[in-house]
Design a protein around this ligand. Structure first.
Ligand code: ZN
Length: 314
């Protein structure tokens, strides 16, 4: 079986082209105190997820209009196409785009329209996931989940993102319960900034079918057995994981070992601009650092195809 590339873990706000951010800033009268790349591309070692997330401040600042969101989404699909991606899943937190009054629905519509523009131009299949955020209130997460369920016409899943070390996932359970009742599949960022216990929480409390990163799952053999038994998809993003400190180095990234032990490892980009990456770069890095072969790349693509959430074609 041959499978094209799949990018299951990709944040829209972290994947806006730097040139586009500069354009949008100029159009919006936002002046920058440093060159745009210095503001939106994180260094190779940030030391923490919290520091890495600060590189999203400027993209978020300029993505406060439907036009800007639509453009960013369309360009992301074009960038996937150039990267050999046949199926891309974009995720974003619509509640972060209301500074000028955009509603959750308007933000979702803008991104969905941009993805549709990109699909029409490239033929890449796309899906859209909405992110609840750990530092926000359960009520805010519930509003995101309600939007996701209401917009099932264009939304394929629910996610929980944000600062994992400082904020547990359990308070957001009502949002995930709502998604489950509606049959909307869920993924949760876990085992990135915090250890294996956060992955257990994502599985048992939030009902995640996929785990964002899960890099630190390897600390717990019982957890690995659970992940294997339930075929939980691990959305690993090696370059980002090294930047945030979730993995000590590319050579020591757990993807190689977890794939070899039969887990459903996939490779995503996380944030194509913040991490200055593409799937081509991720696989090249794994080839150099960990000796990955075509067979390993094919295996993770087959895992990704099996773990993909719903696709919108029209
Ligand atoms: Zn992520």
């Amino acid at each position: 079986m041959t499978t094209g590339r799949h990018d299951l873990h990709c944040h829209l706000d972290g994947s806006v082209r730097p040139d586009t951010i500069a354009d949008l800033a100029r159009e919006q009268g936002v002046t920058l105190d440093r060159p745009v790349a210095d503001l939106v591309v994180a260094p190779p070692h940030c030391g923490s997820l919290a520091r890495y997330l600060t590189y999203l401040d400027l993209p978020l600042q300029v993505l406060q209009t439907p036009e800007a969101l639509r453009r960013a989404a369309r360009e992301l699909v074009e960038d996937w196409h150039a990267d050999g991606v046949v199926h891309g899943e974009a995720r974003f937190a619509p509640q972060l785009h209301g500074r000028q009054g955009m509603t959750l629905d308007e933000a979702v519509t803008a991104v969905a329209d941009g993805l549709a523009d990109g699909r029409a131009a490239t033929g890449v299949r796309t899906a859209l996931l909405l992110c609840c955020l750990r530092h926000q209130s359960p009520e805010e997460s519930l509003a995101v989940a309600e939007t996701a369920v209401r917009r099932r016409d264009v939304v394929s899943g629910l996610d929980l993102a944000g600062d994992e070390r400082a904020y547990p996932g359990t308070p957001h359970r009502p949002a995930f319960d709502l998604a489950h009742r509606a049959g909307l599949p869920c993924t949760v960022h876990a085992g990135e900034a915090a250890g294996a216990s956060s992955v257990w929480e994502a599985l048992d409390v939030l009902g995640a079918r996929r785990i964002g990163h899960g890099a630190r799952s390897a600390e717990d053999p019982a957890l690995l057995e659970r992940l294997r038994r339930d075929r939980i998809t691990l959305e690993m993003c090696p370059i980002s994981n090294v930047q945030t400190g979730a993995a000590p180095s590319l050579a020591a990234h757990p993807a190689t070992r977890l794939l070899a032990s039969g887990l459903a490892v996939t490779i995503g980009t996380d944030a194509r601009t913040t991490s200055a990456t593409t799937l081509e770069r991720e696989f090249a890095a794994l080839r150099v650092a960990s000796g990955w072969t075509v067979a390993q790349e094919r295996a993770v693509q087959e895992n990704a195809a099996a773990g993909a959430f719903g696709v919108h074609m029209s």
